[in-house]
Design a protein around this ligand. Structure first.
Ligand code: LLP
Length: 417
């Protein structure tokens, strides 16, 4: 019988519904990405009810997770998608999204990459005067969206703050006249304006402020069909410490007010979108891995696992925290909680999942679960050290398990040589 060594996390307790981590690892190999369909669907539904405004749309930012099966579920739930590359567009169309459901929010792309979207009838957002010129050449007389930088940013790490005065993204509103000149030059029609201030806010205020700034800019374009307020909705990564959820309801009420007022001034209802990635998928994914080593090095206890930063890059890249659970097949009891450093199997000292984390005593062959890894987990994995990227499996509603991406094979490593 599986012994759940750390039973502290209530929110994820029925995550494995009908299965258990030990059996899953035995059957599908370690490490392993596990998703829960029910959680994914419920997050989609929460977001769809964010606003009461009738022409409201949720657009999933698929860079957070572009697994084909998960995209299909998101589509079934009535969400649209944004794409960052021709590759994302390609997968999204395979998942059944129609061109009207896809918004290409690109950055510094080539003419060919723009054509890829234009030829498929997908709306493109440009985020510089320079890229607008390129779009004009690729698609004169066409429809386009412009991404503005409202001058307000937010995010959990400076690497993911995508607006404000210190980032490469968006058009500075001061350049609006230059934008208008290029629009005229190529007879382009602005159908949308959009922004994305950054990733992971837990308080609604910066988002709300940025929306107000965007709406001011929007008032300067009479031909709009939509405004896209961006993503960034945070999830509580510190659930074991009781971190509160983002108050979506309160944010929704404030947004509804601001939007209703703006629409009245604008004179007609247009589509209003949000563009979340993390909020949709983060909590529906867990990484399972195996403890191969327990050692003391100069007074520090290390737990050596097979979850290197090729499997999960977030802790190394952003110093991100992920809660950890421990599962055990044997009857061995963890007597105490102790500070340990949980590491992977990559040949770099920075290959650390959690530093000096207080966890129940861990033994070799224990299975650990890294929680809230559904967003920016598998999509950021790599074959560094010629390691195989893990399989992804999905726990369906009824407890049945489906492989939704097979584990790499050794042949995959040499396929393109
Ligand atoms: N829209 C645009 C234009 C974006 O650039 C992003 C994320 C999103 C929407 C979705 O943001 P979200 O709702 O997921 O916060 N790898 C980092 C996050 C990078 C986010 C990049 N842009 C991480 O693991 O925290």
């Amino acid at each position: 019988m599986t012994n759940y060594v750390s039973g502290k996390v209530t929110l994820q307790s029925d995550f494995f519904c009908g299965t258990n981590p030990i059996d899953l690892i035995e059957e599908y190999g370690s490490p392993l990405y596990v998703y829960n369909e029910k959680i994914l669907r419920s997050r989609c539904r929460e977001l769809r009810s964010l606003l009461k405004y009738p022409r409201f749309q949720v657009q999933f930012s698929a860079k957070a997770n572009s697994n084909l099966t998960l995209l299909q579920i998101v589509r079934e739930e009535g969400l649209k998608v944004d794409a960052m590359s021709p590759g994302e567009i390609y997968i999204q169309m395979k998942a059944g999204f129609s061109p009207e459901d896809i918004f290409y929010v690109c950055n510094n792309v080539s003419a060919d990459e723009m054509k890829f979207a234009v030829e498929r009838g997908i709306t493109v957002s440009v985020d510089s005067v320079s890229q607008l010129e390129l779009f004009g050449k690729v698609n004169p007389g066409g429809k386009v969206a412009v991404r503005f930088n409202p001058g307000v940013g937010a995010g959990h790490n400076e690497k993911v703050v995508t607006a404000g005065k210190r980032t490469k993204f968006g058009v500075d509103p001061e350049l609006i006249n230059e934008i208008k000149d290029v629009l005229n030059k190529y007879d382009l029609k602005v159908v949308g304006i959009n922004q994305h201030i950054g990733s992971l806010f837990m308080e609604g205020k910066p988002y709300l402020d940025s929306v107000k700034a965007l709406l001011d800019i929007a008032g300067q374009f009479s031909s709009l069909e939509f405004i896209d307020m961006g993503g960034g909705f945070g999830v509580p990564y510190h659930k074991q410490q009781g971190e509160e959820r983002l108050d979506l309801e309160a944010l929704g009420i404030e947004l509804d007010k601001v939007i209703a007022e703006w629409v009245q001034g604008y004179g007609r209802e247009i589509t209003i979108k949000v563009e979340p990635g993390r909020y949709v998928v983060a909590e529906s994914g867990i990484i399972l891995g195996t403890v191969h080593t327990v050692k003391n090095n100069y007074g520090k206890k290390y737990i050596g696992t097979d979850i290197g930063f090729n499997v999960l890059a977030r802790p190394v890249m952003y110093n991100s925290h992920h809660d950890i659970e421990v599962y055990r097949k044997s009857d061995a009891k963890s007597a105490v909680n102790e500070p340990v450093t949980v590491v992977g199997n990559i040949c770099e000292s920075g290959d650390i999942i959690a530093k000096e984390r207080l966890l129940p005593e861990i033994f070799e062959e224990d299975i650990i679960g890294i929680l809230d890894c559904g967003a920016y987990g598998c999509v950021m994995s790599s074959n560094y050290n010629s390691r195989l990227r893990p399989a992804e499996i999905l726990i369906r509603k009824c407890g049945e398990v489906q492989v939704i991406r097979r584990r790499d094979t050794l042949e995959d490593l040499v396929r393109n040589f």
